[in-house]
Design a protein around this ligand. Sequence first.
Ligand SMILES: [Zn+2]
Length: 264
Amino acid sequence: MTASEPPYQLIDAHCHFDAEVFDNDRAQVLESAISNGISDIIIPGTERCYWDRIKCLCSQDHRLHACYGLHPYWANRHQLEDIDALKTYIEINRPVAIGECGLDFRKHLLPETDSKARQLTFFEAQLGLAEEHHLPVVIHSVRATEAVIQTLQKFKGLRGMIHSYSGSLEQARQLIDLGFYISLGGSVTYENASKLRKVVQDIPLSSMLLETDAPDQPDKQHSGQRNEPSFIRNTLEEIARLREESIEDIAKQTSANARTLFAI
Ligand SMILES: [Zn+2]
């Protein structure tokens, strides 16, 4: 270890590292992540057409880990046959998790009256696959935490993470009781995120993961820029400050949590 490297290791539990926006400098971005202490990056799937891209990327570097799934944001683009394709794909290419899947009830994503039902169909199908294949799930939940909790109550025994958590403290406790980790990203660095910062202070470290959601959701210092895995340090430092705990302890425990969840 050189003098410039941090004295801890971190796992970015959610990063869209396959995104085209990294095509021109992906190797440098990974190099920068490594020199900032990141040992592993979990890459979630979004649409069937991108699974091969993730598979190819992860086959090139042991620090990159694949998830395959159907993201609720694109529920109107997924076909029902994609669920059967996902089943076959995960049987051949065992991922570290199914996802990202979930519910996104922002108004612009609900153009038809059956949009919520359509999202729920894909979500439940993926939870069923996770159950059947004994895999954890990566869950996207926006303006839908209550519905996500109700759905997960039908799949007792599943494990997983709620990525970029945005619900209340009470809901976080319910999700932890259901076997889920609460994953935190750059949003915690914004002072106006008071509900989220309360969650950060009050949930046990044993239920916490760190993520960037890069290239999206940059921290305050990088607001308006492309997010990258190395920026996770700002989130780590803010969480340490909010919880009055050491950076090393948070890095160590959240990395151990990610290793347990994804079996890496
Ligand atoms: Zn994502």
